[in-house]
Write a protein that binds this ligand. Structure first.
Ligand SMILES: [Mn+2]
Length: 246
């Protein structure tokens, strides 16, 4: 079986909320590890992650330990980075055995061709501000300069504040399914050029929906803030969106 989840946002909220999210995530990993061949985490695993060459953020040790335990047991854990954890280095790969992808990609699982992405930097051609920020944030040169100029404590303080700010604004206006439209447009255009793709799975929008009757079929994983949701692809190639009951 193949499992998919996104937008866990480990480290978000008060210390009590952080521990609760981590506890639920670990329980989910324990549950699925009974039959999982691979777990795909489609971005925003952390509420904010920024890695220097020899410095990694504190916290989330139970979750990191659980991911390491899974990979030690031979279960693949694959992380496609999101906009909250785009600055991962090789720490998660070295310490936890996680396979890292910093760009969207296609995989073949259970006879199906899947397109997987967090979904944060797509269909933004007509949004110059977003495009500029995306280019700046992903620039290797800027990241290198930043790591030499900004103390890690300052960088983490700013990053956590920024992430919390964006989360609070989302909390006041819970997203509706309409927010997924640009990603569905992207999927339609992509599918025209790549007809071999059977399924698209995205995170990012914090709305869980799966329009099973549409072509191409696009599944949006929800966030774990309110109701943890995930998807499972069984060995016959059947994809299902599910809610994790704690
Ligand atoms: Mn998110």
């Amino acid at each position: 079986m193949f499992y998919f989840a996104s937008d866990i946002h480990l480290g978000a909220g008060t210390p009590a909320e952080q521990r609760e999210t981590e506890r639920v995530f670990i329980r989910w990993l324990d549950r699925i590890s009974a039959d999982a061949e691979a777990v795909f985490l489609l971005g925003d695993l952390f509420d904010f992650w920024l890695e220097y060459r020899r410095v990694a953020p504190q916290g989330c040790v139970r979750a990191l330990g659980k991911l390491a335990e899974l990979t030690d047991r031979g279960i693949r854990v694959v992380l496609f980075t999101g906009n909250h954890d785009m600055w991962v280095g090789d720490y998660l790969a070295r310490e936890c055995g996680v396979e890292l992808h910093t760009a969207p990609g296609e995989v073949t699982l259970a006879g199906k061709r899947l397109f997987l992405a967090h979904g944060d930097n797509m269909n933004i051609r007509r949004q110059p501000m977003l495009r500029l920020m995306n280019t700046l944030f992903r620039s290797r040169t800027l990241r290198f300069l930043f790591s030499w100029l900004v103390h890690p404590d300052m960088a983490m303080k700013f990053g956590r504040w920024w992430s919390g700010k964006s989360r609070k604004s989302h909390g006041q206006h819970p997203p509706t399914a309409a927010i997924t439209e640009p990603l569905r447009d992207y999927a339609r255009q992509y599918a025209e050029r790549h007809p071999e793709v059977d399924l698209f799975i995205f995170g990012h929008m914090h709305v869980a929906c799966d329009r099973t009757g549409e072509r191409p079929r696009v599944l949006h994983l929800g966030s774990w803030e309110r109701t943890p949701t995930y998807a499972v692809l069984d060995d016959a190639g059947v994809l299902t969106l599910k809610t994790f009951t704690r």
